[in-house]
Write a protein that binds this ligand. Structure first.
Ligand SMILES: [Zn+2]
Length: 237
């Protein structure tokens, strides 16, 4: 099976409350969450997982403090020798605005999304409306229904609850199965002992809980979608 290395690129950061990540835990604790684009290197296609927010925000010194560069989308891609038009495939964990706003720059990419997530984007429920941008009109979208193989060594696993059609991305690496979570969370969602913690933002708390347990159980390398420590790694593994 094809092996990949995962390159986390930081394209922005937001200050928020830890409770936005961990349901009924750690409220009142201010945290920074990096916004990632993950480049998967190894196959014959240029593959991105998510594309970040278009609006660029660089908090003073945050990158220095945590050991990563925060760059605009095009500049971040340049660090792995890519231009937006070189991207062949984009796989979306979900369609909250911090994960998909730069798709339109990747004019030659096919975009893989769960059908349920795409349907929700077109007609979001008011509870979640503010997180869904007006995107994906200008790109070729491939709608998936449930678990699916994307290409050799890359699969998606349906993990709903944070959103209706969230999908986690399993990537074959030299150190086993790395999984980028399909829901917003950080390291505190995955304590050393005990169950994984439900994402703080969710449309179905029980599904969100179950999805977090499922990914924790099957990942050899777990990559929480907004974890600060992930950005300090140039490559995973
Ligand atoms: Zn997010």
């Amino acid at each position: 099976m094809q092996q990949y290395t995962i390159h986390p690129l930081v394209v922005g950061a937001n200050e928020t409350d830890q409770g936005v990540m961990t349901y009924l835990r750690n409220y009142g604790e201010k945290i920074w969450i990096p916004i990632y684009v993950f480049y998967l290197k190894g196959g014959d296609k240029n593959i991105l997982i998510d594309t970040g927010l278009e609006q660029f925000m660089v908090p003073d010194d945050l990158g220095n403090k945590y050991g990563f560069d925060i760059l605009e989308f095009e500049d971040a891609l340049a660090t792995v020798d890519l231009k937006p038009e070189d991207v062949d495939l984009i796989v979306h964990t979900h369609l909250h605005n911090d994960h998909c706003e730069n798709d339109y720059k990747c004019k030659n990419a096919k975009v893989y999304v769960q059908k349920a997530e795409m349907d929700f984007l077109k007609d979001p429920h008011p509870i979640d409306h503010r997180y869904y941008p007006d995107v994906l009109d200008e790109v070729e979208v491939v709608e998936l229904e449930g678990d699916a193989n994307i290409c050799d060594g890359i699969d998606v696993i349906l993990t709903p609850g944070h959103t209706v059609g969230g999908q986690s991305v399993a990537v074959n690496t030299s150190e086993g199965k790395a999984i980028i979570t399909g829901f917003c969370c950080n390291d505190k969602n995955f304590p050393e002992s005990g169950p994984a913690v439900t994402p703080g933002v969710h449309i179905n708390a029980i599904e969100a809980y179950d999805s977090a347990q499922k990914i924790k159980a099957i990942a050899d390398i777990l990559i929480p979608l907004h974890d600060l420590a992930v950005g300090a790694k140039k490559t995973i593994p």
